[in-house]
Design a protein around this ligand. Structure first.
Ligand SMILES: [Zn+2]
Length: 551
């Protein structure tokens, strides 16, 4: 969607929202303090907190600090049974001794781990053995009813391994606009492919790697899936995921298809059409691997301010408290990954928002603050909460997620990650305008960042969520200064020991952003408005199934 179109829609809807909100009290004057946020970041990212690793002694310190701060702000424990915390049980799956091979016409060829294939799973608790398992090419592996798209066409893939392409059918044909054009829809994410394979009862799924369509190289695939994989503890993981979740390298896939008498390049083009039908390979897959599963306990920290009139309707603010903990020492011998920006800034802002809402006339709807655990292990604290919501998701009005906020000064623009999804960006546009700022669309929408932080487990279940932050067009130094600051952070600090608090930070942009988050939440909390998904959103259908709960 173009920026102009987005803003035109925004102003139309802002009028509508203003009319609905006219009778409600205006949000009183609040102050978002850069000093308080800075002090909280400084504490939470100090060496004493040891990089906030999950299930370490630092976790208890974090819980203590956050719950005391929430209490001081006037919030009550918001977890189950009147606790500040929600226990999150994680399961760690480690695959070892994997040996897989493909057989065509009686001839067997091994698939070399890390070179041809990467094998992982979150769907098996013991050893896995596959024998002459049929392989079926299922295109992009997508079932999108709202777009009239079904790659399976009723073909039964139960007990078979589906081979699918990464991203969605529009990636190489954005002009078709059957999906989101160049912007990746959720159907393009590997997580979706894995989930959809399990929904079809497949024995496994192999994603064909492609540097461009994945937005990262084979090394990233190899590094990400060679080690242990985490999931929340589920009673029967095999219901949620398949026993084989893997990737095929581009070369291995090409060869495999050729041996089955198929042209992968041609099939890739065919898969961009609605008429595509699954194509069985003559090759089958056999092999064994061991899966060791162990459990880890960690915690979400939850605080709540009860609504005065509609306490069962909830506005959620979220930020992950965890970071990478202690790792290998860097060149300076520093091994504490402090995680000051990622995500000391978001966690400190959560506390500051609690102070803004607390100790004053309570809003009509409830405000729930969640400091999520295990974001760095795959959005698992938020996944756990969304699977086991303390407050019903049907009557969760909306949410705002904060992850790695801006420390480089005020910006003229605010970027909506995953723009075009819901009416929340209209609210944002209205308040941003008062700050003389404009919304700009997701800068790398084809990389699917909208699916990569803690708002997403809520989104997947239909809750409208906003993930937006200060853009690169800085008030001091313009776009070039913003690009340089971003690059400096990416290369020198992101997920490194040098992500540390600094007295030199300019938090004026962060304060502006947090003010916007407050204004949107306060407006919703004192209204009867239920934010809406856009008609083209892949999450609208899920929300619609519970419409009768929001009357
Ligand atoms: Zn983060």
């Amino acid at each position: 969607m173009s920026l102009r179109l987005m803003l035109t829609t925004a102003s139309a809807l802002t009028l509508l929202a203003t009319a609905t909100l006219a009778a409600t009290p205006p949000s009183s004057n609040i102050t978002i303090s850069a000093e308080r946020i800075s002090m909280d970041v400084k504490t939470l990212s100090s060496d004493a907190y040891e990089g906030r690793g999950i299930n370490t002694r630092a976790e208890a310190k974090v819980i203590d600090y956050l719950s005391k701060s929430f209490a001081e702000a006037g919030f009550k424990p918001g977890g189950p049974n009147g606790q500040w915390t929600q226990e999150v049980k994680l399961r760690q799956f480690t695959v070892s001794d994997a040996s897989l091979s493909v057989t065509v016409n009686g001839k067997s060829t091994p698939l070399v781990q890390g070179v041809d294939v990467v094998t992982s799973t979150r769907g098996a608790l013991g050893n896995v053995s596959l024998k002459d398992t049929p392989l079926v090419f299922a295109g992009y592996g997508v079932t999108a009813t709202e777009r009239g798209w079904d790659d399976f066409k009723g073909v039964d893939v139960k007990g078979k391994i589906i081979v699918v392409l990464i991203n969605d059918p529009d990636f190489y044909a954005p002009e078709a606009k059957t999906f989101g054009g160049k912007a990746m829809t959720y159907y393009g994410r590997w997580t979706y492919k894995y989930e959809e394979a399990a929904r079809h009862g497949a024995a496994g799924v192999l994603i064909v790697h492609d540097d461009a369509a994945a937005s990262y190289g084979w090394t990233t695939v190899k590094n990400s899936w060679s080690g242990p994989q985490f999931d929340i503890v589920r009673p029967d993981p095999a219901k949620q995921f398949t026993a084989l979740e893997g990737w095929l390298s581009a070369d291995a896939a090409k060869k495999l298809f050729a041996e089955s008498g198929l042209d992968l390049d041609q099939l890739k083009v065919a898969a961009r059409s609605k008429d595509f039908k699954p194509v069985p390979l003559t090759a089958t897959l056999s092999g064994d691997y061991k899966v060791a599963a162990s459990e880890v306990v960690t915690h979400n920290v939850i605080a709540r301010l009860e609504g005065s009139k509609y306490p069962n309707e909830t506005i959620v603010y979220g930020a992950h408290w965890d970071h990478l903990g202690i790792g290998a020492p860097d060149a300076n011998g520093d091994k504490i990954f402090n995680g000051a920006v990622d995500n000391g800034t978001g966690t400190a802002s959560l506390l500051e928002l609690a102070r803004a809402f607390g100790h004053r006339k309570a809003p009509e709807r409830s405000i729930v603050m969640i400091a999520f655990t295990a974001e760095e292990s795959g959005l698992l604290g938020s996944e756990y909460y969304a699977s086991n919501p303390v407050y019903p998701l049907e009557t969760t009005v909306a949410g705002i997620n904060m992850d790695a906020l801006d420390v480089y000064g005020a910006s003229k623009n605010i970027v909506v990650v995953g723009n075009g999804q819901s009416s929340l960006e209209d609210d944002l546009a209205g308040f941003a305008k008062a700050q003389n700022r404009v919304l700009t669309p997701d800068e790398k929408a084809e990389a699917g960042y909208f699916f990569r932080s803690d708002h997403f487990p809520f989104v997947k279940r239909g809750v409208p969520m906003l993930y937006a932050k200060g853009g690169k067009d800085l008030v001091k130094g313009g776009h070039d200064a913003g690009v340089a600051a971003e690059a400096e952070y990416r290369t020198k600090r992101y997920h490194q020991a040098d992500d540390e608090w600094s007295a030199d930070w300019d938090l004026s942009g962060l304060v502006q952003d947090v003010t916007l988050y407050y204004q949107i939440g306060a407006k919703l909390a004192n209204s009867r408005v239920w934010p809406q998904w856009r008609a083209t959103s892949e999450f609208k259908g899920t929300r619609d199934t519970s419409n009768d709960k929001r009357k």
